[in-house]
Design a protein around this ligand. Structure first.
Ligand code: NI
Length: 258
């Protein structure tokens, strides 16, 4: 029996394949550890394959074991640096050869803080996402409004003495092979332009950027974008986007200014 509302729909599916690198064996399963188990001289990485299409009658867009097999078969033969456009294009070709559904993205996590993203719609570009953390306090309040008015707008977030968050800042830049030590360069710029200004500060009281700007997570992301874009460009790095996580449940993203 056909269920009418399930007849046709599009879904995207993401599958992360855990692996040690270099990948020296096809043994093991896609469990909690790497495959093969980490040994001296190898490191743990994660490949994430995102594809999109219409699931069939089984409810599957694709059997995820086919993604695992395609990535592992390709990885076993890939000879060169993995943080590259050539690597991503090669993996994309292998996914196509394995007749996986249309690819909408590949990601390579090389550390808890560093992820490379590749979009088949922009095949010559490899983006690097680096995550940072800072702690700050703030008070959500509009200048010129009374405490009662601000409480009506922002509830307990307008507590006059403020409250704190451990923020996460994800900065995405387009990599450029001609820029040596891009990761170190990015980290230096973020440390100088954002961390030195915002970390361990009361945003409303200590930071001129928020003297007249309500420090919502959206505004914090905007300020970080504005602080970073020009200095990153001077360092040879093109900013793509900035995401600020206020909690594990709440984040805001601002794209680079055109
Ligand atoms: Ni808050």
């Amino acid at each position: 029996m056909t269920i009418p509302h399930l007849r046709q729909f599009t879904a995207s599916l993401a599958r992360t394949v855990r692996s040690s690198w270099p990948l020296q064996s096809q043994q093991g399963t896609n469990g909690f550890g790497a495959i093969p188990p980490l040994v001296a001289g190898s490191r743990y990485i994660e490949w994430t394959v995102r594809c999109s299409g219409q699931p069939d009658h089984s409810g599957y867009l694709v059997n995820i074991t086919r993604i695992d097999e395609a990535v592992r078969a390709w990885a076993a033969a890939w000879p060169a640096a993995i943080e590259s456009v050539a690597c991503m294009r090669s993996l994309a070709d292998s996914c196509a050869s394995a007749a996986l559904p249309p690819l909408i993205g590949l990601s390579l996590r090389v550390s808890p803080q560093h992820i490379y993203h590749w979009d088949p719609a922009m095949p010559e570009q490899l983006n690097l996402q680096v995550s940072f953390e800072f702690s700050a306090s703030h008070r959500l309040a509009l200048p010129g409004r009374s405490d009662a008015e601000n409480h009506a707008l922002f509830g307990k977030c307008s507590n006059p003495n403020g409250h704190g968050h451990n923020y996460r800042l994800d900065v995405v830049v387009a990599t450029d092979p001609s820029v040596p030590n891009a990761v170190a360069m990015l980290e230096r710029v973020v440390d100088r332009e954002v961390m030195s200004r915002l970390d361990h500060k009361h945003l409303n009281l200590d930071c001129p950027e928020f003297a007249q700007l309500n420090p919502s997570v959206e505004h914090i992301a905007l300020v970080c974008r504005n602080l970073l874009q020009t200095p990153l460009r001077a360092a040879g790095l093109d900013l793509v986007s900035v995401t600020v996580w206020e909690t594990a449940k709440t984040c805001a993203t601002v794209q680079a200014a055109v």
